[in-house]
Design a protein around this ligand. Structure first.
Ligand SMILES: Nc1nc2c(c(=O)[nH]1)N[C@H]1C(S)=C(S)[C@@H](COP(=O)(O)O)O[C@H]1N2
Ligand SMILES: [Mo]
Length: 567
């Protein structure tokens, strides 16, 4: 060997190495996203697969924290978290690669393997779902090789070929490592054995080693920018090819049993009060799906099997041929805290689940319908509730449109009186008639009750927490109350712990939806904060409990309240 390489300090290596790693990661993600888009992979790009995997394996407490902290943005937060962690790991891989290419390659292989694993363990995975990670990994290897070499040359102007840095025989290969900082012992004694550790080391001057430095900076910036474009483009391609087009094109048949027209006075039309029908665009969304499942009606199939006398397989066309029922049903989430937003009311259109189950012939002893979504999520519905004659719907329509993709297109369940996690499986593809003993649905091993009847609840919408009210005037205290499939018979309001006062109830089309209420408060109190509370009584005579319970394991309870500032 003739040229003795200069030895840059650690910080310079770490800097270049991080850039190498991050550029490598961007190239790999961009390419993987494009491959995923071209394959129309339902699993999505590697980050989506890793996200889905981490959702399924994170403890229930973490998920609850994410839902309560980030609300509907919990998935965006997760994806950004994964991106940040990945870039940090990639920077480490880059630093390793600049020091010794093979170490970087090992790191890269580990990251690629994680992506492949995550893509292959989804319930609906096929072998091709590994392709985005594999192709991304292969391109990353090339990028890592190229950029780490360039980074080395850009720091030193020259670097000995790999063979020159290996000892003659037997001994392990010697890394190309930075020189120890002045006055500090070498970090790694192995470096002292190789030819590159020649005693007369010229000091690293930090001088521009020439065109290599510029080439490194320019090409890494260009490749990073190109990769970002590929990434964004790939995401766009994937969404364009999205089923929302199919949803828009779909014309639903008319209901054979339409909902009666809304009686006058269902909507009290008070500013700030939730409208009786929640528009699709503002209907809450809760699910474990990172990438919204894209199920084309033409590919959709529902299989009903298990403890039945006759297995049924239903196509979407078969489903639309069945008599369709329309009903206003309020759906609420077991995770909703008292006063919380995870509740909404819609006019659903769907086939009777009961009549389908009757055709299949549910066998004696069956207690649970294990309902599975195309993404593997499961909910466990009591057979008894599904069969008792209420409008348990295999729904295809929501507020006069096909189901929005995020709300389960093309078909989901809606059953009045049960929390969503045990009744409202979206993107439904399979119903296994079984028992609660034999199978546990998604949320049950995660600490939630196997059965989840809705608790009679109310919510105060106005005055909002920010509002203050004038003394002497009359202000509406208004909200909604729900006890699905029982009906709301009364709502009472009390102020400052005083006597309970009857609120006026809005009209309702049936007992499956929430009910608006209002109490006209003649404000005549001392200025300052006053606690306003409400409680609902359902048609069975039961008044919602004052007992405060958290959402877990079977739904929050307690009186909703707001602190009203009287001025
Ligand atoms: N496939 C699938 N269906 C699902 C869920 C899910 O995570 N995946 N979550 C359930 C829960 S917890 C609720 S509260 C409702 C919410 O329905 P929405 O998002 O249409 O409001 O969907 C239910 N159906
Ligand atoms: Mo839920």
């Amino acid at each position: 060997m003739t040229s003795v390489p200069l030895r840059p300090p650690r910080w310079a290596l770490a800097g270049r190495g991080s850039v190498v790693g991050i550029v490598t990661a961007l190239v790999s993600l961009g390419v993987a996203q494009l491959v995923a888009a071209v394959l129309a992979s339902p699993i999505g790009a590697p980050i989506d697969a890793v996200g889905a995997l981490s959702i399924d394996h994170s403890p229930a407490a973490v998920k609850n924290f994410a839902i309560s902290t980030f609300g509907s943005s919990d998935k965006t937060a997760l994806v950004w978290g994964i991106r940040v962690v990945l870039l940090i790991l990639a920077a480490v891989v880059g630093v390793l690669a600049v020091r010794a290419l093979w170490r970087g390659m090992v790191g890269l292989a580990v990251l690629t393997a994680v992506g492949v694993y995550a893509a292959l363990v989804r319930p609906t995975s096929t072998a091709t779902d590994a392709l985005p990670s594999l192709v991304g990994g292969a391109v990353a290897a090339a990028a890592l090789w190229y950029f780490s070499g360039l980074a080395r040359r850009s720091l030193t102007g020259a670097v000995p070929p790999e063979e020159d840095r290996r000892p003659a025989s037997g001994a392990p290969p010697v890394d190309w490592t930075p020189a120890p900082a002045p006055g500090r012992p070498p970090a790694d004694r192995a470096t002292q054995r190789g030819p590159s550790a020649a005693p007369e080391q010229p000091a690293w001057t930090g001088a521009d080693p020439g065109p290599d430095r510029r080439r490194f900076l320019v090409s890494s910036a260009a490749v990073a920018a190109g990769s970002l474009i590929a990434y964004v483009g790939g995401s766009w391609l994937a969404s364009r090819r999205d089923v929302s087009a199919a949803a828009q094109a779909l014309r639903l048949p008319r209901a054979s049993r339409p909902a009666p027209p809304l009686p006058p006075g269902t909507d009290l039309k008070i500013g700030g009060l939730s409208s009786f029908v929640t528009p699709n665009g503002s209907f809450y969304r809760v699910d474990t799906a990172l990438v919204v499942p894209e199920v084309l009606p033409s590919q959709w199939q529902l299989r009903i099997h298990g403890m039945v006398s006759k297995e049924i397989v239903l196509s979407f066309a078969d489903l639309l041929k069945r008599p369709l029922i329309e009903d206003y049903v309020t759906l609420c989430c077991v995770s909703n805290p008292v006063g919380g937003p995870y509740v909404g009311n819609a006019k659903w259109l769907g086939a009777s689940l009961r009549s389908l189950l009757q055709e299949a012939g549910v066998k004696a002893g069956a207690s649970q319908l294990l309902c599975t979504s195309s993404d593997g999520f499961t909910s466990g519905t009591p057979v008894e509730t599904a069969m008792d004659g209420r409008d348990a719907l295999l729904a295809v329509g929501m507020n006069d449109t096909p189901l929005p993709v995020a709300h389960g297109f093309p078909a989901r369940l809606v059953i009045p009186g049960l929390y969503g996690y045990v009744s409202a499986c979206k993107w439904l593809v399979d119903i296994e008639v079984t028992t609660y003993r034999a199978a546990r649905a998604y949320w049950v091993p995660r600490g939630w009750s196997a059965q989840g009847p809705v608790k009679t609840e109310s919510r105060i919408d106005v005055p909002g927490i920010q509002n203050s009210v004038q003394n002497g005037g009359t202000v509406p205290i208004a909200g909604v109350a729900w006890a699905q499939h029982k009906g709301i018979d009364a709502v009472e309001v009390r102020i400052g712990g005083g006597p309970w006062q009857q609120a006026r109830l809005a009209s309702v089309p049936g007992i499956d939806s929430w009910r608006q209420w209002v109490y006209d408060w003649n404000v005549n109190v001392a200025p300052g904060n006053h606690l306003v509370e409400a409680r609902a009584t359902d048609a069975t005579g039961y008044t919602q409990t004052s007992l405060v319970a958290p959402p877990e394991p079977n739904g929050a309870s307690g009186y909703p309240s707001v602190l009203v500032n009287v001025v």
